[in-house]
Design a protein around this ligand. Structure first.
Ligand code: SF4
Length: 279
């Protein structure tokens, strides 16, 4: 018998303007300049370690990085994962970003056969029923395409910030991964949310209109909701789970991430089965 649905579909919090300048403390121009220089220094480290690739979800942080990468003509490949479950607003931003920066963002999609098998096993929205089914969906729609995208890369640039969640506290600018995995570079690791928004406004960088409806962190449509004042930035992601499991595995600790799906595949497991611990 299937697990009961535990997601909370109570009325959503009242919308507010995420991007409203009045919400944030002022960031002096000189502070922003220094912050941008330090982020650029990390991007140059990624270039030196390359070939480098930047994975963008088109969130606010990733738009800062896209602007820095394209604005300085850095030889860093840019890609995004289209899981097939994104918001229409995200697709609109992708189109706008293409108009502003050139069609530099490669759009990667999951393997159709893997998606068919996943949906056959757990249903179209099976991710609400258990953490393991949610992780299986993220594995098929995100992790497997990511693994392909990073194949042959030695540097992986991300827009993660330490202040985003408990799972990201302690994040460093440079984080070696497992053997054979690209080193992860997080140029905005020590940025505040106010600094991100100050950059976007100062450089007139387009952002996802969902941010204006109080979605500080945006992922797939069925797994993201707006947050209310005082809530953690990532509280709207997989909100029916505990804070400790609210990651899709893209940024799992080095010991866990690389082996997450490959181990299951080697063991002949169907993606919908619970993930096995790494040996
Ligand atoms: S965020 Fe939700 S819909 Fe998207 S891949 Fe993960 S479980 Fe599937």
């Amino acid at each position: 018998m299937g697990a009961s649905l535990t997601a909370d579909f109570s009325p959503l919090p009242k919308p507010a303007l995420q991007a409203d300048a009045g919400r944030w403390p002022q960031v002096p121009a000189e502070v922003l300049r220094v912050r941008s220089q330090s982020a650029l220094a990390v991007l140059f480290q990624a270039l030196d370690a390359g070939p480098a690739a930047f994975s963008t979800s088109l969130g606010a942080e990733d738009m800062v990085l896209l602007d820095l990468i394209r604005g300085h003509d850095l030889d860093i490949a840019v890609f995004t994962l289209d899981t097939g479950r994104l918001h229409e607003e995200t697709y609109r931003l992708l189109q706008r970003a293409g108009a502003r920066y050139g069609r530099c963002i490669e759009v990667l999609m999951p393997d159709p056969q893997a998606v068919r098998e996943l949906v056959a096993a757990q249903g179209i929205n099976g991710f609400y029923e258990s953490v393991s089914q949610r992780q299986a969906c993220c594995a098929v729609r995100k992790l497997q395409p990511l693994k392909k995208a990073l194949s042959g890369r030695r540097a992986w640039v991300t827009g993660q910030r330490a202040a985003q969640s408990v799972t990201r506290s302690g994040l460093l600018a440079r984080e070696p991964q497992g053997p054979g995995e690209p080193v992860k570079f997080n140029p905005l690791h020590d940025w505040s949310e106010a600094e991100v928004w100050a950059y976007l406004r100062a450089h007139q960088v387009p952002w996802n209109e969902l941010h204006d409806r109080f979605f500080p962190s945006i992922g797939c449509a069925p797994c993201t909701r707006p947050v209310t004042l005082g809530e953690d930035i990532r509280a709207g992601r997989w909100w029916w789970e505990s804070a400790q499991t609210r990651e899709c595995g893209l940024h799992a600790p080095p010991a866990a991430a690389p082996a997450l799906r490959p181990a299951a595949a080697q063991a002949g497991q169907h993606p919908s089965q619970p993930l096995q611990p790494n040996p």
